[in-house]
Design a protein around this ligand. Structure first.
Ligand code: KIV
Ligand code: ZN
Length: 388
């Protein structure tokens, strides 16, 4: 049966941790409403203990955003848990997301605690949180640099104390796809109680592998993936929502998976997040970048004008991307130029078209793109030249 993948959006928490990306509570509320329209399953709107503004944003989103589960984020510390529980009190559905490092590097240099101490903290804090919230997500931080034995022990302890979702993060974006998938397979096979919980992937993009790693986790049986809009996040960012969702949508049969995302909202949500964070989107960013559906090569333009699927694997209009797929430049051919001229209601004779083509190529050699108004000027010259 086709697997339903739950999309957990952390744009407003992990995404906002990108240097310079911070948002006001009002901006967070607007974006959370877009995320709900987009159809994400879970929103993590911030880190309630981190600032009064973040507490307020999580609280207001819990009150005002409907039809989606709201997640309160916390370290394995009572004060954090209390703040996350209070901030999400009004949510229709909620969960508590608690994290605690598991790798020796983090234990030795950051927490300065032994493995026994860390297991004890995990147990106590999950039991503490469980008094208030039934759905507890637990993340062993830096899991992909943690040896199997301790990772299994920590996850087993978390499940015993009542964690219902186990998120295994690739915190520093270190894993390779086959390794990340295999890690989930081993956890699911070896950890007692793993058949009773949902597994989740959380990937960072330091090596550009966040989407590939998340897909490998899905193949291994994970049913929740944590993502951010435009892939924003710490350092090189997180797994990009739009890339992951469209990979699943476009290769549904190969992956045997689906999401509840409404793709027609993807472009607007991406634009909203980019503007609110003042984070420009790379021109060549898949799905939402300016060039993602634009074509300059003459052969491609010719093919597209005959049949879209010759050079496109997704329909940009179904993602809400404004349709302007043909960029006129030095690689454009007669067919594309004629098509654009016709779109303005202008019909040229063969002789006029040839003259226009020569002038167009001269101009296109001097600049990157020929804009519509320049094309129309050339049409004017052409018509006059041919008439004279
Ligand atoms: O990258 C990470 O490890 C995280 C967790 C705290 C989930 O963001
Ligand atoms: Zn993260």
């Amino acid at each position: 049966m086709t697997k339903r993948i739950h999309i957990f959006d952390t744009t407003l928490r992990d995404g906002e941790q990108a240097p310079g990306a911070s948002l006001s509570p009002e901006q967070k509320i607007v974006i959370a409403k877009h995320l709900a329209d987009l159809g994400v399953d879970v929103i993590e709107p911030g880190f309630p203990i981190s600032s009064p503004g973040d507490f307020m944003a999580v609280q207001r989103i819990s009150q005002e955003v409907h039809g989606v589960e709201i997640c309160g984020f916390a370290r394995a510390v009572k004060e954090d848990i209390d703040a996350a529980v209070r901030a999400t009190q009004a949510a229709e559905r909620r969960r508590l997301h608690m994290f605690l490092s598991s790798s020796s590097i983090h234990l030795d240099f950051q927490l300065r605690k032994s493995r026994e101490q860390v297991i004890k903290i995990a147990r106590e804090m999950i039991a503490y949180g469980k008094q208030f919230v039934d759905r507890i997500e637990f993340s062993p931080m830096d899991a992909t640099r943690t040896g199997d034995e301790f990772l299994f022990e920590m996850i087993e302890a978390a499940i015993e104390e009542g964690a219902t979702i186990i998120n295994i993060p690739d915190t520093v974006g270190y894993a390779l796809p086959e390794e990340y998938g295999a890690m989930f397979t081993r956890v699911m096979k070896n950890v007692r109680g793993s058949d009773k919980v949902e597994f989740s992937a959380h990937c960072h993009n330091d090596l550009g592998l966040a989407v590939a790693n998340s897909l490998a986790a899905i193949r291994a049986g994970v049913t929740q993936v944590e993502v951010t809009v435009n892939g924003v996040g710490e350092r090189a960012g997180n797994c990009s929502l739009e890339e992951l969702v469209m990979a699943i949508e476009t290769r549904k049969e190969a992956l045997d998976a689906e999401t509840g995302i409404r793709p027609e909202h993807i472009y607007t949500t991406s634009q909203k997040v980019s503007r609110a964070m003042s984070f420009p989107i790379a021109f060549n960013k898949p799905i939402v970048g300016r060039n993602a559906f634009q074509h300059e090569a003459g052969i491609h333009q010719d093919g597209l004008l005959k049949e879209r699927s010759t050079y496109e694997i997704m329909d940009p209009e179904s993602l809400g991307v404004p349709r302007n797929m043909i960029i006129l430049g030095k690689h454009s051919g007669r067919h594309a130029i004629k098509h654009r001229v016709n779109e303005f209601g202008i019909q040229l004779t063969d002789e006029q078209m040839e003259d226009l083509y020569v002038q167009f190529k001269e101009l296109a050699d001097k600049q990157k793109v020929v804009q519509d108004h320049q094309l129309l000027e050339l049409v004017g010259h052409t018509v006059n030249a041919v008439l004279e």
